[in-house]
Design a protein around this ligand. Structure first.
Ligand code: SF4
Length: 329
């Protein structure tokens, strides 16, 4: 078990497969991109699968989410998913993606054993997309979403981040778009994880504001909190259900007390929290010949020191030096 000193047990492993991305969303990285991790530092597909197998077989991991950067850019993704699906006990396997490339990959990934996708979609306006992501790829994202649904990757979940003065007028259009297509939409408060360190709390569109805007158009009823478990989204049924919308108040309504996550970066570092300032280097240990028992013990030790929460509101809060693209969202 991956138990921390507060008694929380990590069962949800998020694995970043690459720090590269084909978009440049302003809340993540600058338009010119970043210095990517040198290739020799990246875990190979074999190394990824070995560490995931240690997590699943020895440490109680039950959910594996592949992230990035943009995980669809990792050429061996389908193979990694297939080998993950062959592990016993079989974990649930999901993918967080910007959707570009799903037209080609959704069906092979579903066949390989992928269970679900979360696709980031912050705007339906081509000009706003270009401004926000510095690329003209909105159509690719929307087509990717449709392909995910057609491939049976249900429910198709959509993640949206609203930014003041950029796309905050789009809460209702985004929800209508998702409702019409049977996608489950979740709004996520923007967190201080951008490489440019440009996040300001006062610019963040809060969960409260998002709900107020949605309530102007829809009747929202809070779902039974017991259903939420350790999931970060507060769920609301829309106009009596069954359709629902989620709001993730990562900053103003933190859910760290129920956190069940642990992260593995693309270069083989265990991070016990999105905002951890320390990492545990499994790559060097593995490449120096550590066996699975030793890797599992190092991993357990890394989780034991997990802090109570992100502490974004503490005066002493320090944004992690690695940007989100290198940590895995
Ligand atoms: S901020 Fe850290 S402790 Fe809080 S939910 Fe996220 S990963 Fe878990």
């Amino acid at each position: 078990m991956l138990r921390d000193s507060f008694g929380r047990v990590a069962t949800d492993l998020r694995v970043s497969l690459t720090d590269r991305c084909n978009l440049r969303c302003s809340y993540c990285m600058p338009p010119e991109g970043l210095d990517w991790l040198p290739r020799p530092e990246l875990l190979s597909a074999d190394e990824i699968v070995r560490l995931v197998a240690v997590g699943v077989g020895r440490l109680g991991v039950t959910e594996v989410r592949y992230t990035g950067g943009e995980p669809l850019l990792r050429r061996e993704l389908t193979d990694i998913v297939a080998r993950t699906a062959a592990l016993r006990p079989r974990p649930r396997i999901s993918l967080t993606t910007n959707g570009i490339g799903l037209v080609r990959l959704a069906a092979p990934l579903a066949e390989a054993g992928l269970d679900r996708v979360n696709v980031s979609l912050d705007t339906l306006e081509p000009e706003t997309f270009r401004r926000l992501a510095h690329r003209d790829r909105l159509t690719d994202v929307l087509d990717g979403l449709a392909s995910a649904g057609a491939a049976g990757l249900r429910p198709v979940k959509v993640n949206a981040v609203l930014m003041r003065g950029v796309n905050d007028r789009e809460a209702v259009p985004l929800l209508r778009y998702c409702l019409e297509r049977g996608y489950e939409l979740r709004f996520i408060e923007q967190m201080p994880l951008d490489a440019q360190h440009g996040w300001r709390r006062e610019n963040m569109v809060t969960a409260e504001e998002i709900l107020a805007r949605l309530r102007e158009e829809f009747a929202l009823t809070e779902a039974d909190p017991a259903e939420r478990g350790s999931a970060p989204a507060e769920l609301f049924s829309i106009d009596g259900g069954p359709a629902r919308v989620g709001v993730i108040g990562s900053v103003t309504r933190p859910f760290c007390g129920a956190c069940d996550r642990v992260r593995l970066t693309a270069d083989g570092q265990i991070r016990n929290c999105l905002f951890a300032t320390e990492e545990s280097d499994l790559r060097t240990a593995m490449r120096s010949g550590a066996g699975d028992d030793e890797l599992a013990e190092r991993w357990r030790a890394a989780v034991r020191t997990k802090k109570a929460g992100h502490g974004i509101d503490d005066r002493s809060f320090l944004q992690p030096s690695r940007p989100m693209s290198a940590i895995g969202g």
